[in-house]
Design a binder for this molecule. Structure first.
Ligand SMILES: *Cc1c(COP(=O)(O)O)cnc(C)c1O
Length: 230
């Protein structure tokens, strides 16, 4: 079972502690309250022992990319006190019901059709609409999901008509560009629309994201080591 490529439990705890220290330091440098930045542990593709190690280390906020994988990771652990599950991968409308049932927050609203599906899913289940972030394609990459910046106002308007609970914005900057300008754009858009949450920054650039106002940083490899290919 044991594989040398999988870090041990203690090293997962160490990495989480180290990431928390770096978040605190970045906050101090930026003159921000460390409590204003939430560490989301991205548990996609991770084996059970890594998830258990993170939970044992006190980590409670987790991000997942796929509904089905998230169900297999979390269905049996959903009752963990304080657990918050965030969907950070693209969502198909036919998975809206399952997503609403499992996740506390869906960060990847990016089209009106999905807004309708989420509103309908919540109504059907008799639950309040999920907390949402809108994913913005700040780099206008054709292969990346997310609403184009100029289409954000229309999507926000549609979500508000549906009484959806939009809390903020999320983005994944292009891999081949400096992330700072993308974080700055996302922060400007959020401020313009009165949105408080900013999910931005991954293992390679979360300290920069904190400088630009991130409230949620999404860390995978920094906490768990390299992922196996999905
Ligand atoms: C996988 C993933 C992450 C984590 O990336 P790392 O570079 O491993 O920290 C963050 N956000 C999203 C949307 C992801 O898909």
């Amino acid at each position: 079972m044991a594989s040398s490529s999988i870090p041990t439990s203690s090293s997962t705890a160490d990495r989480i502690a180290q990431a928390r220290r770096k978040i605190e330091r970045a906050c101090r440098i930026a003159g921000r309250d460390p409590a204003s930045v939430v560490l989301t542990a991205v548990s996609k593709t991770q084996p059970d022992d890594q998830i258990e190690a993170a939970l044992e280390a006190g980590q409670r906020v987790f991000g997942e990319n796929r509904v089905q994988e998230a169900q297999s990771h979390w269905a049996s652990r959903r009752a963990t006190p304080g657990l918050e599950l965030r969907l950070i991968g693209p969502l198909q409308t036919n998975k809206a019901v399952d997503a609403v049932a499992l996740f506390d927050v869906i960060e990847t609203l990016d089209r009106e059709k999905l807004a309708h599906a989420l509103a309908e899913a919540a109504q059907k289940q008799g639950v309040p609409p999920p907390k949402l972030l809108i994913q913005v394609n700040t780099g206008r990459e054709s292969q990346k999901s997310g609403v184009e910046p100029e289409d954000l106002p229309a999507l926000l308007g549609a979500a508000r008509v549906l009484n959806l609970d939009v809390r903020g914005l999320m983005a994944i900057p292009p891999a081949d560009q400096a992330a700072g300008p993308h974080f700055a754009l996302l922060a400007r858009l959020a401020a313009r629309h009165g949105l408080k949450e900013l999910s931005m920054g991954m293992s390679g650039d979360y300290e920069t994201a904190i400088r630009f106002g991130a409230t949620h940083v999404r860390l995978g490899t920094a906490l768990f080591g390299a992922r196996n290919a999905m």
